[in-house]
Every structure is written in structure tokens, then in C-alpha cells.
Write a protein that binds this ligand. Structure first.
Ligand SMILES: [Cu+2]
Length: 109
């Protein structure tokens, strides 16, 4: 039916526009990523994490240092802690904006 076809086309166009308008990295809810603390560098406001894939920024699992948005976040973590965290791009730099200890293996995602 012609009418239905038009609706489908409209729907597809709407999907395309929506996908462009809301890149995953800027979606309302920040993605929570699982990781494990390797090293804490409170003096420089950095933490090295072995992290799982970060879909919102298309990053594979790896171990790397992150800056934290607030150095006081580092007081709650120590090496070997399992954590869940969110990252954001701040002035071209990847910054951890949320960092929660998740030592219980029963913690739900
Ligand atoms: Cu990484």
C-alpha cells in the first residue's frame, strides 16, 4: 500500500535524524563501564584502570590511565578494587566523572 510505504520511509528518516542528533557519548545516561584499579596517582589526579569495552566512545578493553574530574574521587579506591565508572570528553581529554567501587562480585550491572 502506498500509504504504508510512505510511513515506513518517514520512520526510517526519523530514525536516521534521531541517530545523528544524539551521539551515544552524549546520551542522557552516562554509560557505566566495569574496570579494575591498577594504580592510583592522587597527586596528579589520575587512576590507571584495566577497563572493559567502552561502547559510547568506541574503545576496546585495555589498561590505561584516566584523569578524574575530582581528585577526591581517588580516596575511595585502591589497587585491585573492582570499579564501575563513567567517562566524558572534557576539552579533548577523557575524564572519569563517576567512580564507584564494586568489589562485590554479585554487583549487578
Ligand atoms: Cu581505554
Amino acid at each position: 500500500m502506498l500509504n504504508q510505504e510512505m510511513n515506513v520511509n518517514k520512520f526510517i528518516r526519523l530514525l536516521a535524524v534521531t541517530a545523528l542528533a544524539i551521539p551515544p557519548a552524549f546520551a542522557d545516561k552516562p554509560e557505566l563501564v566495569s574496570g579494575q584499579v591498577v594504580k592510583v596517582d592522587a597527586g596528579r589526579g589520575k587512576v590507571t584502570l584495566k577497563h572493559g569495552p567502552i561502547k559510547s566512545i568506541d574503545m576496546a578493553a585495555m589498561t590505561m590511565p584516566f584523569k578524574v574530574s575530582d581528585a577526591s574521587m581517588l580516596q575511595a579506591v585502591k589497587p585491585c578494587d573492582r570499579v564501575r565508572f563513567s567517562v566524558a570528553m572534557v576539552q579533548d581529554e577523557l575524564v572519569i566523572t563517576q567512580l564507584d567501587v564494586a568489589n562485590s562480585n554479585k554487583a549487578k550491572p
